[in-house]
Design a protein around this ligand. Sequence first.
Ligand code: ASN
Length: 570
Amino acid sequence: MSERSVLMIYTGGTIGMVKGPRGYEPAPGRFMQMLQRIPSFQDPEQPPGVTPVSRHGQRIHYTMLEYQPLLDSSNMGMGDWVRIARDIERYYDDYDAFLVLHGTDTMAYTASALSFMLENLSKTVIVTGSQIPLSEVRNDGDDNLLDALLIAGHYDIPEVGLYFRSRLFRGNRTRKIDASGLEAFGSDNAPPLATVGIEIDIAWDTIRPPSGEPFRITPITNPNVATLRLFPGITDSILENFLRPPLAGLVLETYGAGNAPDNRANFLAALRAASERGVVIVNTTQCSRGEVVAAYAAGTALAEAGVVPGSDMTTEAALTKLAFLLSQDLEPAVVRRLMPESLRGELSNTTHEGRFGFQEKAFVNTVADALFARTPERRSEVEQALYPVLLCSAASLGDLKGLRRMYDGGADPTAADYDGRTALHLAAAEGHAEVVSFLIARGATVNAKDRWGATPLYDAVQNGHEDAADRLLEGGAEVSVDPAVLCTLASQGDSEGVHRWLKYGADPSTRDYDGRTPLHLAAVEGHLQTVRVLLDHGADRSARDRWGTTPADSAQAGGHRTVQTLLADG
Ligand code: ASN
């Protein structure tokens, strides 16, 4: 049996409310008592806050941190987001995972905000709540909370998730989509991170890898952001007023794939003027699914007015991301550049998106789970053992995306497998020139030697990949040719191989242990073309081996008259 600890930060929301004279209201100090009475949350043999052992052999210890006052989430603001982030920071080392119990009304905002503020997260953080209070006989709080607690108590999902009604979503992809139904949250542009049925099914390949950097928080402190949902007939003066100081960032919810009127000069002029003043304006769609694309003139006009595309971000994510970036000391131009880039998996289709897919991580995690390597240290050992193999396999397949993902996820660019083969060896041997350049740029060891002494350049040249070889030379690869290589190729009559090696700096007059040069070996076997190539590259036709034999003598001994004549001619 193993144990994990979870901190439950109880901020308020319907989940813990009880019926009062004015309707449902928070009930301070009651939540933990309610949980204690539910057998799945409390093992009767254990002190308060300890679950029974799960069927995976795990016992979860949970502690409740109850906020004062407990809030209906409609009453929450940026300060409350920061308070939660700071509490997670304060207790980060003391718990394995964190649950945030929260009202549903603004839960998607809080989850998005937390996803940005919690940087380099390596532990599971799940925000959850319910539509019907736990105090009611029929409620959805019981399941939501227990499932979220079990996920937090078993899995390392280094993201801010939002759990509701059998699904764990990436928090910054969610929206509250139903005011009455129990399936209150949706994530139309990103699949769930986990689905709970008979089994808990974690979609490991969608989960972002931990960065490996130390955890820290960057609080959201700039409140001067807003959202504006366009509607047909919005007047120029309303827009102008909206854009006035102190506004620093605006999420403009446009029509369809990112369109706004392009037949109203003043409307666009107002946006342009605000952009020029430094207001960062982001274009998101009013649709719940799909993304902003540059397909229509009506959208292009916005881009020309300085509005940046928000891809498929939700309004909640775009707004909190804007606030997060504007809370740091960044130039508007930098904020504009970062808005369309994925920072925490909040949007798709960016140049960095690949790094968050991380199928390899999923594989590593599966192996780690199979080995019961639950602690970060043990996981890291598994990672260190597997990465070199995964890197080599990706390199030999020319899988640049996979390599980029692994390096972005912290893999060591100099890692070698048990034969001393590095990703660079494999990319060179297979002639994946692009990959070779990428690996060199990422700090791979250019002259790494495998256990047989072969360097990446050797592999590239030997396998006839001149493009890859050229890139290695540009990257500082040194030519060091085993004399036996040229002699072997010459005696096999591999004129192309010989030519290639000579081109990449091999010495044409190198000698084997009997003092024979490649020319001797090609001559004795009668390889005319190879002999020509060697002569063209200045091979010494008068070289004598340990018995005093010249290449011409060798040709004669082998009965190769044409070769003999060619060698004698000079
Ligand atoms: N008004 C509640 C809240 O957001 C709604 C809920 O939690 N279901 O706090």
